[in-house]
Design a protein around this ligand. Sequence first.
Ligand code: GLN
Length: 238
Amino acid sequence: MCRHASWLGVPRTLASLIHEPVHGLLRQSYTPRLQRHGTINADGFGMGWYDAARAEPVRYRRTIPAWTDANLAGLARIARSGCMLAAVRSASAGMPVEETATAPFTDGSWLLSHNGRVAREAVRGLADDAESSCDSAWLAAAVFLRRRAGDSLGEAVAEIVTRAGLKDPRARLNLLACDGTSVAATAWGDTLFVRLDGHPLDGVFVASEPLDDLPGWQAVPDHTLVLASPDGVRVQPL
Ligand code: GLN
């Protein structure tokens, strides 16, 4: 089970997800605290963020452990955005370790990460093709197909998670997606936490597990969709 995290709010650096918090994604790549499947996340990592200069996000993904990328800290210190997402990966058994299998996946303005595992037969029917044979790449392709059909981010994520969950009742389907102005995430078989930051509010973190020990991290119940936008955070059952 991988770990992922996002920020939506006032612009911050990627380091605020990865390096700065005491249990940020760098630390979670070798010592996650709440991970139920797998012990470390050393099969790659990725991040995506938005810049005013273009509608599509910037993406960076590697197949090496986050702690071995000597350029990551410098990049994360200057890459700054009001909407961003990062993930560290522990490949599920049988899944390829390659960049195209590594989150975040992207299509147009959307970015998507998957924590979990799903039978590939359950998702292959939901999309035409995927950039990797990895289950997560197929899930991403299925969500992106809904994007092209006109769904909102929350609609697409909820639709694909419930359809894949029906086809594979043992699936773990924690998705985290964003489009530059909103974040949609599901708790479906693994942990998910939300933290509103700042007084007055600066923004919201959504993450597999708390990035630090500050008060305010709220566990999201299983089988739930979280929607964060500038209007606030909504949580609804799936
Ligand atoms: N199944 C996905 C993969 O192989 C996600 C793995 C995970 O959440 N650990 O990459």
